[in-house]
Structure formats: structure tokens, C-alpha cells
Design a protein around this ligand. Structure first.
Ligand SMILES: [Zn+2]
Length: 87
């Protein structure tokens, strides 16, 4: 069984603040958005591919797609299509 890419990383949830404007009522606020930080493991996991491992970079993956407006309480989609940030 080849290893999945995630087997090469340690995962840690984290929350980041994002300034977002509600498309319905135009209210702008800071929202706490959940991400998962993927940090490459310190050593090659058993059965792992060294060449693949060497090329990996740490990244953040966004978990939340939606937030709830703090004024009108309607849910709206986070307008950024960026769900992965390389570190
Ligand atoms: Zn709103």
C-alpha cells in the first residue's frame, strides 16, 4: 500500500481571523475561520518515498467554507477560493 500524502504530515487545527463582508447586508467583521496546519514529519515515515518527502512543503488547509454574519445571521460563503496556503 503506497502511503497517502497525509501520512507524511503532522496535522494541527488552528483558527485564523479573516475580515469578511456579508453579501446580503454588507456588514464587515472579523470571523474566526478554522484551518488545519500540515507540518512535514521530522523523518521519512516507514515505507515512504524519500524523493516525494523531500519535495513536500508545509501548508495550511482551510476547513470552513461558510460563516454566519454577525449582524443578519445569514450564512454566506467565504469569498476567497484560496483553500490552501503554502508556508
Ligand atoms: Zn449580513
Amino acid at each position: 500500500m503506497p502511503l497517502h500524502e497525509r501520512d507524511y504530515f503532522n496535522q494541527k487545527p488552528e483558527t485564523r481571523s479573516m475580515s469578511l463582508a456579508c453579501p446580503q447586508c454588507r456588514h464587515r467583521d472579523d470571523y474566526q475561520v478554522r484551518w488545519v496546519r500540515y507540518t512535514r514529519k521530522d523523518r521519512l515515515p516507514p515505507g515512504g518515498d524519500r524523493g516525494f518527502y523531500e519535495k513536500l512543503r508545509d501548508y495550511l488547509y482551510r476547513v470552513d467554507d461558510m460563516v454566519v454574519c454577525s449582524r443578519c445571521r445569514r450564512r454566506f460563503e467565504i469569498p476567497s477560493h484560496q483553500t490552501t496556503i503554502f508556508l
